[in-house]
Design a protein around this ligand. Structure first.
Ligand code: PLP
Length: 378
């Protein structure tokens, strides 16, 4: 079935977070990580049907077996991960989930290791929970960004380090950990009694044929020492519905996580459950078509950005977010430089790298071309 990603609905008047920021200004928003695409029809149909039914009362996520089965099916078919359905803990967002992990596995004064640069709420999580953040650098190895594993090994030896919150695939640098890297991380965590919380929200957006996503909890060495966080939200553009989940095979870690969230974290709402179910059971073709479209968008962006003096970008393995090095511009404020040209990226300073910005290319080819033309203008 053909899908038309060139045609995207106008978000004017929808109070879209991404579009509100520059409302009334001649600046094309390229920041928040949702896409401009219309959702796949099965998702929209499921929501229409529930609205037509007319009752939107409480639904306990653990009772809603079709969504639980859909997650299990997706993980088996797409990630070769056979989960026990008891391992699944629904959460209304990945952000509350990694904050719950901070509460669950650390006490005041403990340290949490985090890769830098990283998604701003992930950088913020340790402090929000009265914990100290230990930054682990991103390094370039063979032309690809990855986590500095030697630095991680060193930092993890501190007995106060109780948790590693990983982002894999990495936002903003777009790399996917390979099997050797994940094995080393497992070894470091296990040797030093560090729990691994792995934010894998972008795991179904692998663009590079040579990259394969390996869920943390699927690894035998990590099964009993990990919390894997996932969602249909980024891939299927349903982030506004607030539905995500943790897979926690170890019963003790799961209980600690559930207790940490208790009383503060609401149930995933029924529209989020329905949308996740539809995404993970009826949208395989749409998913593949979107990946093909995003791959072309990425390739266009990489060639055009690298032709602009002062900017450089790598062809990242995953996500619809491009991490642009603007240090070559020689300007003090690279975000301002982009905004003056009529483009509103995510500011690198928020991720821990002030001379970068992040461009969201989950949009129509026409919108991306407009963004690139503007950045290329004098
Ligand atoms: C790495 C990462 N984690 C989490 C989120 C947000 O998760 P949620 O909306 O489920 O809280 C984002 C959104 O951009 C993200 O990029």
């Amino acid at each position: 079935m053909p899908y038309n990603f060139d045609q995207t609905p106008s978000r004017e008047g929808t109070y879209s977070f991404k579009w509100e920021k520059y409302k009334g200004q001649d600046i094309v928003p390229a920041w928040v990580a949702d896409t401009e695409f219309r959702c796949a029809d099965p998702i929209l149909d499921a929501i229409h049907q529930r609205a037509d039914h007319g009752n939107l009362g409480y639904v306990l996520p653990n009772h809603y077996q079709p969504a639980i089965d859909a997650v299990a099916r997706w993980l088996k078919d797409k990630h070769n991960w056979h989960i026990d359905k008891q391992w699944l803990v629904w959460m209304p967002g990945v952000v509350p989930a990694f904050n719950a992990a901070c509460k669950a596995y650390c006490e005041a004064g403990d340290k949490v290791m985090v890769q830098v640069p990283n998604y701003p709420p992930l950088l913020a999580a340790p402090k929000l929970n009265n914990l100290e953040r230990v930054d682990i650098d991103t390094i370039e190895v063979d032309g690809r960004f990855t986590l500095d594993l030697d630095q991680l090994a060193q930092a993890a030896q501190d007995p106060a380090c109780k948790l590693l919150v990983l982002c894999n695939p990495m936002n903003p640098v777009g790399s996917v950990l390979n099997a050797d890297e994940l094995a080393r991380i497992a070894e470091i965590c296990n040797t030093n009694d560090v729990v691994l919380c792995s934010d894998e929200i972008h795991c179904d957006l692998i663009l590079d044929d040579n990259a394969t996503h390996i869920p943390a909890g699927r690894e035998a060495a990590l099964k009993d020492n990990s919390v894997t966080l996932m969602a249909a939200s980024k891939t299927f553009n349903i982030a506004g519905l607030g539905a995500s989940f943790a897979i926690i095979p170890n019963a003790t870690l799961r209980q600690q996580f559930v207790s940490a969230a208790a009383g503060m974290v609401p149930w995933v709402n029924q529209l989020g459950l329905l949308a996740t179910e539809a995404a993970f059971t009826q949208c395989d073709d749409w998913h593949q078509a979107q990946l093909a479209y995003l791959r072309d968008n990425r390739d266009l962006l990489v060639s055009r950005i690298n032709a602009i003096e002062g900017l450089s970008v790598k062809s990242q393995e995953a996500t619809f977010l491009a991490w642009v090095d603007a240090s070559g511009l020689g300007v003090d404020d690279v975000q301002k430089w982009a905004e003056q040209r009529g483009v509103g990226p995510s500011a690198g300073v928020d991720f821990g790298a002030p001379d970068h910005f992040r461009i969201n290319f989950g949009c129509s080819r026409a919108m991306l071309t407009e963004i690139l033309d503007r950045l290329a203008s004098e």
